[in-house]
Design a protein around this ligand. Structure first.
Ligand SMILES: [Ca+2]
Ligand SMILES: [Ca+2]
Length: 381
């Protein structure tokens, strides 16, 4: 029995470590204290919302007057402004995070990514690129899916950390193109049954645009079936379905046959008429607007494609541009709209889990823009 105790203690420690891992997966979050002491570059910070800063040394803890700034701290009970980080709330985040409109947000955990720089002449974070409630992923699927600790993704991205712009893109291209396993187009069917399984019903997959849960067994080409949607259309670069971009799980998703055909090879942009059978999606002659919950997912999928495929192999150099008339050119638009969608709809735990499953079980490469949302603006902004 005496021998068992250290073993059990060891197991407990190991369990705790595994459960903690997902919370650190996104971008090695900083504490508020760390963010206050390293006011440079971009970073992801986790803290508790404590109030609304109105001046360098003044924070309101109630009776809020605006939606443009937050004070966060490592303790939800913090009252000293010297231990708070002042966070700018830009327009797209105000309705959800502003305290005048949402006073009950006080006390909630916040994960925010942005530029670590003075705000109100105080340690701050400005120009956020992602803001979510909670300390990032806390669900268990990623805990069992494999290594997602920050140390692991930091190792994966080691050659990219600290870079920006074209040098960041170049480093990421090498990282996501090295040691990759490609799968056949036929193997994509079974892979999607795993990567896109309905978390509430293991017999079903979730269809990307329509959001419908449908039986895994209804894969095929008939009306009422689901098939393999290429979020980066095959014709934009003419890559077909040989092992490569046409079978890359990072942008392949299940979709209803009819809805898939309606999307066709359109570029992405806002506007158009509501799509029958896919609530929240809109389309017109030259563009497709996905529903709100997947706008960011779509953006990050095509960001990945533009970095993964650079023309140095047998495939076209895929690139984003601001056109919605790309036809069969190896380009996809509209870059500015996709960047806005990426900001509006930051990565969720489910999206991170999908990335991890592709990495661990299929392709052995990752989508960097799910792990490091702040890299999108640096490369495509
Ligand atoms: Ca989403
Ligand atoms: Ca490219």
């Amino acid at each position: 029995m005496a021998l068992l105790i250290p073993v059990l203690t060891g197991l407990l420690v190991a369990s705790v470590t595994v459960l903690r891992a997902p919370s650190a997966a996104a971008a090695a979050p900083l504490t508020v204290a760390q963010a206050i002491s390293s006011q440079s570059g971009t970073g992801t910070v986790v803290g508790y919302i404590v109030g609304e800063p109105t001046a360098t040394d003044t924070v309101r803890f109630s009776s809020f007057i605006g939606d443009t700034a937050l004070a966060i701290a490592d303790s939800a009970a913090e009252t000293s402004t010297s231990r708070m980080l002042y966070v700018q709330i830009t327009s797209s985040y105000r309705s959800a995070f502003g305290l005048a409109g949402n006073p009950s947000n006080v006390g909630r955990a916040l994960t925010v990514t942005g530029t670590l720089t003075a705000y109100f002449s105080h340690a701050g974070l400005k120009s956020p690129t992602a803001m979510t409630f909670g300390g990032t992923a806390t669900t268990s699927p990623t805990a069992t899916a494999g290594p997602t600790a920050s140390s692991t993704t930091d190792t994966y991205y080691a050659a990219a950390l600290g870079k920006s712009g074209s040098s960041l893109k170049s480093a990421l291209h090498t990282i996501v193109s090295t040691g990759v396993t490609t799968i056949s187009y036929d193997a994509v069917w079974n892979a999607l049954k795993v990567t896109d399984q309905d978390p509430a019903n293991s017999a079903n997959v979730i269809l990307l645009y329509s959001g419908i849960s449908r039986s895994k067994t209804l894969n095929g080409g008939a009306t009422g079936n689901w098939n393999r949607e290429h979020v980066w259309p095959q014709s934009h670069g003419d890559f077909g379905t040989a092992n490569g971009p046409g079978t890359d799980l990072h942008h392949l998703r299940p979709e209803d046959v009819t809805i898939n055909a309606l999307r066709g090879n359109k570029d992405f942009d806002t506007g158009g008429s509501a799509v029958s059978g896919a609530t929240g999606n809109y389309t017109d002659a030259d563009s497709w607007e996905p529903r709100a919950a997947i706008k960011g997912d779509v953006a990050r999928m095509v960001f990945y494609m533009a970095v993964r495929y650079e023309g140095g192999d047998s495939w076209a150099n895929l690139e984003l541009n601001n056109s919605t008339a790309n036809g069969s050119n190896p380009y996809l638009g509209k870059r500015s709209t996709l960047l806005a969608w990426h900001t509006q709809d930051p990565p969720t735990a489910a999206e991170r889990t999908r990335n991890q499953v592709i990495y661990a079980s299929y392709q052995h490469n990752r989508n960097p823009f799910i792990d490091h949302p702040e890299w999108a603006a640096s490369i495509f902004g």
